[in-house]
Design a protein. Structure first.
Lengths: 258, 170
């Protein structure tokens, strides 16, 4: 084939652009499909419930490692062990609740188990049902420093030298009487805990299908280099647009000439 | 025990975090009753109450009881409902079956906190509850805060419903 046989617009220089347009298209096609599908699903993630559905597959969860489990706190509350692993609160290794704040302590009596955070209390029955989240701290306490119990099992709170004791139903609070002996909750070490739950049994509340789709869409699912790869694909698509428009313009020009 | 634990975990599957605190619940309660100390009470959420709350919120309230403060025909409530992913802590004061005040106390979502502004919360002033547990007036939404607005409306309805229960006001 001589240059006379090659269509006029397809000189060596233009074949170069045409070929690269095709190559870029083939490579970008796969990523375009991924972006299109993940984008479609993300646009309707709330309607589809993807923002609430947690990942359950061990393989998918393993992509995220166990970074969310770095915080581990343990407290003894009577006969029970209350632990916080990541955001998850467990009692005797059974999942109980989720709270981003660090637990300060835990105490229990025959009725309830109470967990203390700096600005709230959470009280559970021994069956694990949430009795109440107490976000209104008893006056004059504004930030809890310690939680404990007296000899009768009543919950005590300490803050800036003030000690308040609740009734057994945790409804009202009164200043502690003199000479009342309070046992304050203290953290114990992981080695004091006889058995810890296997990681795969723990929920990862942030690992929803929406999160996975976002990471796929952005390329982060591939690690720290993933976004750069997506950047390259984005630039490839921009390249496709401009080379495609250039080709179209050239063909229009030739058509008009002919 | 695992099955009993599943329900509160599901309902509390959105992890609680500190969030933006616009007013401490204790200060809200103090203001509600003009600085007068009012002891708190609790209302236990029976099956009947939870059924009505489920009708309003789409799910039962995730605790066995709710704390409130009452002085004659005025009650004050501190309630939580999830917007998109995190609970919004809201204070609601009701007087004679009408909302006297509604305020976002703690907001934990990444966006949508426009609901804390008076231009939105003032819409709830003097709003009441119909017999079908719907609000008796329309509430304008906020673009980009649909789920937070929806949460506020649910909490207003729940508070009005519970106020009716504890005061026997009709």
């Amino acid at each position: 084939m001589t240059n006379n046989d090659i269509p006029a617009y397809r000189t060596k220089k233009k074949v170069h652009i045409h070929t690269w347009h095709r190559r870029a298209g083939l490579i970008a096609a796969c990523f375009a499909l991924i972006l299109a599908f993940s984008g479609l699903l993300l646009n309707h993630s709330t309607y589809l419930g993807l923002d609430k559905r947690q990942l359950e597959s061990d393989m998918l969860i393993s992509l995220y490692g166990s970074k969310s489990l770095t915080r581990q706190l343990y407290f003894r509350a009577g006969e029970d062990i209350v632990s916080q692993i990541g955001d998850q609160l467990l009692i005797n290794n059974e999942q109980l609740w989720l709270n981003r704040q660090s637990i300060l302590g835990a105490t229990s009596n025959r009725k309830y188990i109470t967990l203390a955070f700096s600005n709230e209390l959470a009280t559970f029955t021994h069956d694990g049902e949430l009795l109440e989240r107490i976000t209104y701290l008893p006056q004059p306490i504004t930030a809890i420093e310690k939680i404990g119990r007296d000899t009768e099992g009543r919950v005590a709170l300490f803050s800036e030298g003030i000690v308040l004791v609740a009734d057994l139903d945790m409804i009202s609070w009164d200043p502690v009487k003199k000479d009342t002996s309070i046992t304050w909750s203290k953290p114990i070490t992981a080695s004091d805990v006889s058995k810890q739950p296997p990681e795969t049994d723990l929920l990862y509340p942030e690992l929803t299908w929406e999160r996975l789709l976002l990471d796929i869409h952005s390329g982060r699912i591939l690690g720290s280099w993933g976004p750069y790869l997506m950047d390259i694909m984005a630039l490839a698509m921009v390249f496709l647009v401009f080379t495609g428009l250039w080709r179209w313009w050239k063909l229009q020009k030739i058509a008009r000439t002919n | 025990m695992a099955s009993l634990l599943t329900l509160p975990l599901i309902l509390n599957s959105t992890a609680v975090s500190a969030g933006d605190v616009y007013q401490q619940p204790s200060d809200f309660i103090d203001e509600a009753f003009g600085g007068v100390t009012v002891p708190s009470k609790v209302i236990w959420l029976s099956k009947t109450l939870q059924d009505s709350i489920r009708e309003i919120m789409g799910h039962p309230y995730p605790s066995l009881r709710i704390r409130y403060w009452q002085n004659n025909h005025k009650t004050a409530w501190i309630l939580d409902e999830v917007g998109k992913k995190r609970p919004i802590t809201t204070g609601i004061v009701i007087n004679t079956n009408k909302i006297e005040r509604l305020k976002v106390l703690v907001y934990r979502e990444s966006r949508g906190n426009e609901i804390r502004h008076p231009f939105f919360t003032d819409q709830f002033m003097q709003i009441g509850l119909q017999s079908d547990l719907e609000l008796d007036r329309h509430i304008d939404g906020i673009t980009g805060a649909t789920l937070s607005v929806r949460a506020m409306k649910k909490l207003a309805r729940v508070a009005l419903y519970l106020h009716r229960i504890v005061t026997n006001d009709k």
